[in-house]
Design a protein around this ligand. Structure first.
Ligand code: BGC
Length: 251
């Protein structure tokens, strides 16, 4: 089997690699290109093509993460990306641009799937909430290893504000919060999630998960909470997994 390809479309960089689904890891080193500005679907498609073409010719399907709601290949929200993505059939646009089957998936859903399949939530039954902390807050709800897509728990309102605006990594950086001060906000947020969903496990992803020892123990909740394992590989691995599973299907 040819390895499916995963692309992680982020605010500053677009990264891609073929993924060995047996191991849940890249089968070649990944390629990274700066995200174009503005990051319109057409400009981004051009970068995807360059990345995909830098690997030997292949027709394997491509999965792409998008930081917004994705329903049947169509992007339905664009909180942190160029507004021109709204309502676009990204699957169709990228399939045409790359000449091979492309499936887009919400970035946190991709990361959550990868953690459930290969990482911190592997083999865990019941409900797992994977929360990614970055520019925004992304969420993936996993039930017995299956994804319930588009949960968007970063957009919950807490104390009159959207949770990701006060609690994402970007808020910590923007307000220059200490780890202690930021952890208090995380405690409030995770307590709220606990009350609403009673999960069996929280997995915390996003770039900051590599600094887990600085803040993980300060999040005071009753539910087990652990850092993600795949870190910056989760998006690419999860996207490739989605592409593989959806290949040949209608949406
Ligand atoms: C978006 C989500 C995304 C998250 C992380 C939020 O602002 O609404 O779809 O998963 O940011 O990128």
């Amino acid at each position: 089997m040819e390895h499916p390809f995963g692309i992680d479309f982020g605010g500053t960089g677009i990264k891609g690699a073929p993924v060995d689904l047996e191991r849940g890891d890249f089968s070649h080193d990944r390629v990274r290109i700066d995200t174009p500005r503005p990051a319109t679907p057409a400009a981004v498609a051009q970068v995807f093509r360059t990345i995909v073409e830098s690997f030997p010719a292949s027709s394997s399907p491509v999965g792409v993460t998008v930081p917004g709601i994705v329903r049947h290949g169509v992007v339905h929200s664009a909180a942190n990306i160029d507004p021109s993505w709204m309502g676009q059939d990204a699957d169709a646009i990228f399939t045409a641009a790359l000449g091979r089957e492309v499936h887009v998936v919400n970035d946190a859903d991709a990361a959550g799937l990868a953690e459930a399949e290969y990482g911190a939530a592997r083999g865990r039954r019941g409900q797992v909430l994977v929360i990614t902390l970055g520019t925004g807050i992304g969420s993936a709800m996993i039930w017995d290893g299956e994804l319930v897509p588009n949960t968007e728990l970063g957009h919950l309102e807490l104390g009159g504000a959207v949770a990701e605006v006060t609690t994402a990594t970007s808020a910590r950086e923007r307000e220059d919060l200490s780890w202690e001060a930021w952890s208090e906000r995380l405690t409030t947020y995770f307590r709220h999630l606990e009350r609403l969903f009673s999960p069996d496990l929280f997995v915390v992803g996003g770039g900051v998960s590599k600094s887990w020892e600085k803040f993980g123990h300060r999040i005071e909740i009753d539910t087990e909470i652990i850092p993600a394992k795949l870190q910056n590989r989760a998006g690419i691995v999860g996207a490739a997994l989605v592409a593989h599973r959806k290949a040949g299907q209608d949406d």
